[in-house]
Ligand binder design. Structure first.
Ligand code: NAI
Ligand code: BGC
Length: 268
């Protein structure tokens, strides 16, 4: 039997029916965790992830919930705690883009992005923290009483014209995560972010589905390849495990060097 860094732990991954969330849910399960696979609309996508996790011998449930809605989030946590009897890990992954030139951006586009990317993190994290505080440290369990991982982006530090709502939401995630980490570290709750670069998923299909678009994208990635959800899954397992027990309030950029300002390599 190989070492499983998350053996017996219970996790919720939001927005896990596709892309990075699906990759993270599968990686946590492969590391030994039972996983609640939250989805917004694609039951079939969530069910595929659940089936794969069960095939690994772990428990999994698919739970429909809009992370921006307080009642839905309560129902997500109720279903998870009923099914698994506890919670060790929350991955705040659900997110979306509603792109527009700033002068044309509607209030609905602004609110939709903030609601999912930022308010969703607040609502999910609050219930996770209540559960972590209620249970405290578990004998024989993780060194932390709970771990929260926020899916941020390179755009928590890289400004992004035409995506002001999205970049503002991810900039917000940065100080949300750090402030939460500061408040909860004394309670043995660890809070960190992953800042993915360009990962090949439905959210950025236009950036990779033609050779021309992919060539333009690769100019922004010194390492010379687009990322895949498995790249993020591996980072999530590490951040959720005791292997990162002394890591708190950090954003781990997993971006092939996108945050290294590659356009300065031959200029400036
Ligand atoms: P995706 O579109 O495949 O996944 C986003 C998931 O969130 C979808 O399954 C969607 O149904 C779900 N979702 C959206 N609104 C929701 C809501 N209100 N409640 C519950 N679920 C909701 O795209 P991807 O790339 O997997 O995105 C996952 C996260 O990674 C997002 O937070 C995104 O901002 C972030 N990210 C993605 C990058 C990329 O290059 N793909 C880079 C940096 C960050
Ligand atoms: C965005 C993607 C984009 C990537 C790199 C992510 O936060 O959601 O659309 O490809 O950042 O710019």
């Amino acid at each position: 039997m190989t070492y499983q860094a998350l053996k017996g732990q219970k996790a919720i991954v939001t927005g896990a029916s596709s892309g990075i969330g699906a990759g993270v849910a599968l990686a946590l399960a492969a590391a030994g965790a039972d996983v609640a696979v939250n989805y917004a609309s694609s039951l079939s996508g969530a069910q595929r992830v659940v089936d794969e996790i069960k095939a690994m011998g772990r428990q999994a449930i698919a739970v429909k919930a809009d992370v921006a809605q307080e009642d839905d989030v309560q129902a997500l946590f109720d279903a998870t705690l009923t099914a698994f009897g506890g919670l060790d890990i929350l991955v705040n992954n659900a997110g979306l883009q509603q792109d527009a030139a700033f002068a044309e951006m509607t209030l609905a586009q602004w609110n939709k992005v903030m609601g999912t990317n930022l308010t969703g993190m607040f609502l999910c994290s609050r219930l996770a923290v209540k559960e972590f505080l209620r249970c405290g440290l578990k004998p024989g369990g993780s060194r932390a009483s709970g771990k929260i991982i926020c899916m941020s982006s390179v755009h928590e530090v890289i400004p992004w014209a035409g995506h002001v709502n999205y970049a503002a939401s991810k900039g917000g995630v940065k100080l949300f995560m750090q402030s939460l980490a500061q408040e909860l570290a004394p309670k043995k709750i660890r809070v960190n972010s992953i800042g993915p670069g360009a990962i090949q998923t439905p959210i950025n299909k236009a950036a990779w589905d033609t050779q021309q678009a992919l060539d333009a994208l690769l100019k922004l990635i010194p390492y010379g390849r687009i990322g895949v959800p498995e790249d993020i899954g591996k980072a999530a397992v590490w951040l959720a495990s005791d292997d990162s027990d002394y890591v708190n309030g950090q954003t781990i950029f997993v971006d092939g060097g996108m945050t290294l300002y590659p356009e300065f390599a031959d200029g400036g």
